[in-house]
Design a protein around this ligand. Structure first.
Ligand code: TEU
Length: 546
């Protein structure tokens, strides 16, 4: 177990993301719940993770699956009760697993008490908790668009004003300029800290300092000022792990967010690599092949530049992204092998690794008829592109490749009906491959993707070079190989990944002949790397000299 009283304990931690709706249902509603998570804690302990990031379980009308919060201090009955949450926190702690809550501080639900009050009159004290502009019903304040489509402004006749929303109209943006609102948020966070949570993931945190009149959404001028105040008033009073979701983070900004003095956050999720397989300047739906060399050079840049003066989060999957094995791997013939390669590539790097539920099983994307998708983003996108006259096959191809419901299909526990997820009707269909891809089968197989993740996590705990070592990219221009070295004093790692369905001739760099193999996804053959082959070698300086 990690000593979580030690400053920066989270540098050695591995985080597991749970999307509660799709993890484990215990009541037959077809929606996962908190008691379901408690039931599966032993599984997570077997995997070896230290923290669970829980996508939002707060009270919510569920327009955006909980990212529209109507009460930050209560649990949605869909998922259970506050008492269930306390049980989860307690039972997690017993197993060395902390809970990281997912706070949506950029916006609330339109059903939140604050917003209901805010709509009553311009004089209501809560009015200024949100972002309002004057206008007339037929004249919007400006032409800004919401992420989920349509204008970013919604008219409220009662106050004769528009409110600003960067996401759905049911997700009004909070006004961080208001110090009373900020204080309410800090008090709420302190209350959750008192409940024993060990960290927070902060949804779209780079968007809180918006200035809609200047069309500024992320990276607003007061962003880091707000973050430093937030951190001083809350996180710094404990020994927490914090990660901000920041689509707008570049390397200089990431250094601010994750400054070693702890003045802001532990780290951020940045999306530079995740935006590479789309046409530049267009939307994520406008597909492009992954530019492999750019991808590895991008990872390398973040590794090098944050070393010693910031901290990386490491992730390939989350509840908004397609399944990585379907996206960058081969989810057919080489499903298990390429899933292990992707894990090797990521877990060999410096940073805190995040595993999204089912990634450790090599779960894949799904293809559904349009009416079975539940995501507000997918449905809006489909309507918009069809109205614009795109061919339906092309629209569906984008949804199959990038739709968020790919990641949200129920967790595949075993080969019984509905994959052991629910006794009822699942809220989103189970991927039909659950009969072969499931936790039960993988736990019984020492060569499974699960067993491989388990080993990678254990290696990170065993060898300090995984946590603290520096990073050097080798084979910089090679079109298939992602090879890098990590070094911490005498301890060195060589991480070798052969991306793609082709074998590649390759010999070990000089000095690595006598190194130990820490992990591999298939037995080595001299002079060649087989399709999707991956391995990590360890040497100490003495090995290199011998
Ligand atoms: O996501 C932020 C965000 O910008 C996403 O909408 C992202 O652009 C999109 O999913 C990519 O297609 C966060 C949450 O992770 C997401 O689930 C929420 O829907 C969103 O914020 C609003 O709270």
């Amino acid at each position: 177990m990690l000593d979580k009283t030690k400053k920066d304990w989270w540098k050695s931690a591995v985080v597991y993301q749970i999307y509660p709706r799709s993890f484990q249902d215990t009541t037959g509603t077809g929606v996962g719940d908190i008691p379901g998570i408690v039931r599966r804690l032993d599984y997570l302990q077997t995997l070896g993770v230290d923290v669970i990031w829980l996508s939002p379980v707060f009270a919510s009308p569920q327009v955006d699956n909980g990212y529209d919060i109507s009460d930050y201090r209560d649990i949605d009955p869909l998922f259970g009760t506050l008492e269930d949450m306390r049980t989860l926190i307690r039972e997690g702690k017993r197993r060395g697993i902390g809970i990281m809550m997912d706070l949506v501080l950029n916006h609330t639900s339109d059903q939140h008490r604050w917003f209901q009050q805010a709509c009553q009159s311009r004089k209501n004290p809560y009015h200024d908790y949100y972002v309002w502009r004057d206008g007339t019903p037929d004249c919007l304040p400006n032409d800004m668009q919401a992420v989920f489509g349509g204008p970013a402004w919604e008219w409220v006749p009662q106050v004769q004003q528009y409110y600003f929303h960067q996401f759905a109209p049911q997700q009004p943006d909070l006004n961080w300029e208001n110090p009373t609102l900020r204080r309410e948020i800090y008090d709420m966070i302190l209350w959750w800290m008192d409940q024993g949570v060990e960290g927070f993931r902060l949804d779209v945190i780079d968007q809180i300092a918006k200035e809609p009149d200047k069309k500024i959404t992320n990276n607003g001028p007061r962003l880091h000022e707000f973050l430093r105040e937030l951190s001083a008033e809350t996180f710094q009073k404990g020994c927490l792990v914090t990660v901000g979701e920041a689509w707008g983070a570049d390397i200089p900004r990431a250094k601010l967010y994750s400054a070693p003095d702890g003045s802001e956050l532990s780290m951020v999720f940045q999306f530079e690599q995740m935006c590479l397989d789309q046409q530049p300047g267009k939307e994520k739906w406008d597909l492009a092949p992954l530019p492999f060399v750019k991808m590895k050079q991008s990872f390398a840049r973040w590794q090098r530049e944050l070393h010693g003066c910031g901290w990386n989060s490491l992730f390939l999957d989350n509840h908004d992204l397609p399944r990585i094995v379907s996206r960058w791997g081969n989810d057919g013939q080489y499903r298990a092998r390429s899933a292990k390669l992707l894990a090797t590539m990521l877990h060999g790097m410096q940073g805190t690794p995040y595993i999204y539920q089912g990634e450790e099983l090599g779960m894949t994307n799904i293809q559904l008829p349009i009416e079975q998708y539940r995501d507000v983003e997918i449905q809006n996108f489909y309507r918009k592109r069809m109205a614009e006259g795109y061919p339906e096959a092309e629209v569906l191809r984008s949804i199959y490749a990038k739709g968020r419901d790919n990641a949200r299909t129920p967790m595949q526990w075993d080969d019984t009906p509905n994959a052991g997820f629910t006794a009822g009707t699942p809220w989103l269909p189970v991927n039909p491959n659950y009969t072969t891809v499931n936790a039960g089968a993988e736990l019984a197989d020492p060569d499974s993707v699960f067993a491989y993740y388990q080993k990678l996590i254990a290696l990170r705990k065993q060898y300090p070079v995984f946590v603290d070592g520096d990073f050097t990219l080798l084979e910089e221009e090679h079109p298939h190989l992602f090879v890098y070295e990590r070094a911490l004093g005498a301890e060195q790692l060589l991480v070798v990944c052969n991306f793609g369905d082709e074998a590649t001739p390759w010999t070990l760099p000089a000095g690595w002949e006598n190194a130990d193999t820490l992990i591999e996804n298939l037995p080595a053959q001299p002079g060649t790397l087989q399709p999707w082959e991956a391995r990590i070698l360890l040497r100490r300086d003495a090995d290199a000299r011998s």
